[in-house]
Ligand binder design. Structure first.
Ligand code: NG1
Ligand code: ZN
Length: 527
């Protein structure tokens, strides 16, 4: 390591004095103008991680659903998964080292993680459409090159596309070709093959309106449209001409429980929203009375897992299907999955890495956060079995096995992916001849409310039991329990956010009014 060169370059990416940032659930996130030093340093860290794992590492510049003036950065590990927890700590140390301590911090990390500095390093970089993203990604590249790393800059990509590229590059092309064309080709081929099995075609429920949050999803979906069959007509709204995530996008729709601005919705039309980096998707429609119906990640998980179970039943294979949720999953969804569908359901802490990890325990692991971030993981053994059955079986069984094989290829198994999930959902609806209203009618969500509470220090709250119970400060859980007892079908919990400086409050109850007032009362107890 040429420590002098690093110190010299770092001076042009100087850290603002006293600024302390944390590598949170989705990497670093804050106002874009405070992030230049973090980008340079994450370029350095990506090189060390690449040397240590002898693999290509990804760096994504995005702040997802957060406002346009924000930005962020996260590292992607070799198989396309989130950065390992011990390296999140290294990231935090490196980002917070004062200028004069930077070289020492780098040496300390390479020693602690036993990095072979003579090993080659390769880093791939992607960025979203924020005005600040291009310059910030150049700072990442500066960090990579000063440590002698090689790189490929993919430029504009959705977050899940970058995860896909990393996975392809580290699996010798087995997962797919590590190009944007390779991504579109893999997904569209699987979608076309799967859709061929649908008996109904050409009717009105093959039109889908997509709110792209004025983000990267618009750009990439426009490119992908050329690869899609004519049977599916995708109409884009909020296509990037207005402000990113402003009154639109999956996060807006889910948290406000109302349609985004900038989309023309007619009664009963099927619509969906992506978030700012296209790793989340939410469906919805308005009925003839003008009532808004939200179909969130929980209902997406239900549709997908019931489809997977039906295929497995048809094939006659007893592979295990598990569903992973967080505490934010609507109580009705958990009940429906467990009691009606008889699928085992597990609850993990918030943050995709926790869900992803748990989902790896099953042959087919379905995971979704209520906010629409999720995918399905197939174990290596299950995948091999399904591919073999698709070759061997005939008639109805063979058809089901082939469909399942296409489903494997259509999911982005590296991470939740709005484009890939959208195609899976569209294929399932067409195959089953389901309207969005019939899908919605699987179960009725319990009315719920989420609130944010600003406190002096959100870390004074600590939780256990997958964030459903407070351990500290003393007395808070008892207070929540007493409030919950006042309402029917009620549940509530609080937890410090991993991405914003707030405490989040969630409540559900038998009516919207009761859910609102329970959430409000719990938020008062937090102060
Ligand atoms: P935090 O801020 O820790 O609640 C939010 C979302 C997560 C996840 C991350 C990363 C909620 C309640 N929380 O985390 O599900 O998506 O952002 O983007 O939606
Ligand atoms: Zn996102």
């Amino acid at each position: 390591m040429d420590l002098d060169a690093i110190t010299k370059h770092s001076a042009s990416h100087a850290k603002p004095d006293g600024l302390i940032l944390q590598y949170g659930t989705a990497g670093f996130r804050t106002k874009a103008d405070r992030l230049d030093h973090v980008m340079f340093r994450m370029g350095l860290l990506a090189v060390l991680r690449s040397k240590q794992t002898k693999s290509t590492i990804g760096v994504m510049v995005t702040a997802s659903h957060n406002p346009e003036d924000d930005n962020g950065v996260k590292l992607v590990d070799p198989l396309g998964e989130m950065l390992a927890p011990s390296w999140e700590e290294h990231a935090t140390h490196l980002a917070n080292a004062e200028e004069q301590d930077l070289a020492r911090a780098l040496v300390a990390i390479s020693e602690e993680a036993a990095v072979n500095l003579h090993q080659d390093a390769f880093v791939v970089i992607g960025r979203d459409t924020r005005p600040s993203s291009e310059k910030l990604s150049e700072s990442v590249i500066d960090g990579v090159t000063v440590l002698g790393g090689q790189f490929h800059d993919y430029g504009l990509l959705t977050t899940p596309q970058l995860h896909y590229m990393v996975c392809c590059r580290n699996t010798g092309g087995q997962y797919g070709e590590a190009t944007i064309d390779g991504y579109y080709h893999k997904l569209s081929t699987a979608f076309v093959e799967l859709s061929k099995q649908a008996s109904c075609s050409g009717d009105d429920h093959r039109t889908l309106k997509v709110d792209c949050a004025n983000g990267i999803g618009a750009l990439k979906l426009k490119e992908m449209k050329h690869y899609l069959p004519q049977g599916l007509s995708v109409q884009l709204f909020n296509d990037g001409t207005k402000k990113l995530n402003h009154f639109c996008g999956a996060d807006f729709v889910k948290s406000h429980q109302k349609p985004p601005e900038g989309i023309e919705m007619k009664a009963n039309e099927r619509c969906c929203s992506f978030d700012g980096d296209a790793d989340r998707i939410i469906y919805y429609y308005c009925d003839v009375d003008g009532h808004f119906h939200l179909i969130d990640g929980d209902k997406i998980a239900t549709l997908i897992s019931s489809f997977l179970k039906e295929l497995l039943l048809e094939i006659g294979e007893s592979l295990t299907v598990g569903v992973v949720q967080t505490a934010y999953a609507n109580g009705s969804s958990t009940r429906y999955l467990e009691e009606v569908m008889k699928v085992p359901v597990y609850c993990t802490k918030t943050g995709v890495k926790h869900l992803h990890h748990k989902a790896q325990e099953f042959d087919l692991g379905v995971y979704f956060e209520a906010n629409g971030h999720g995918t399905v993981l197939f174990s290596k053994a299950a995948e091999a079995k399904i591919r073999q059955l698709a070759k061997e079986l005939e008639d109805k069984k063979g058809k089901a096995a082939k469909m399942l094989e296409n489903v494997i290829d259509l999911f982005n198994q590296a991470t939740g992916d709005a484009i890939s999930d959208m195609l899976v959902i569209e294929a399932i609806l067409a195959l089953k001849g389901l309207t969005i209203q019939q899908w919605d009618a699987l179960y009725t969500d319990l009315p719920n409310r989420q609130l944010k509470v600003k406190v002096a220090d959100r870390q004074v709250i600590s939780t256990t039991d997958a964030e459903r119970q407070v351990v500290k400060p003393p007395g808070l859980q008892e207070a929540i329990n007493d409030l919950v007892k006042k309402y029917k079908l009620s549940r509530a919990f609080v937890r410090p956010s991993g991405t914003e400086d707030v405490v989040r409050v969630y409540a559900e109850a038998d009516s919207q009014e009761n859910a609102d007032s329970l959430a409000y009362e719990v938020s008062l107890a937090v102060f």
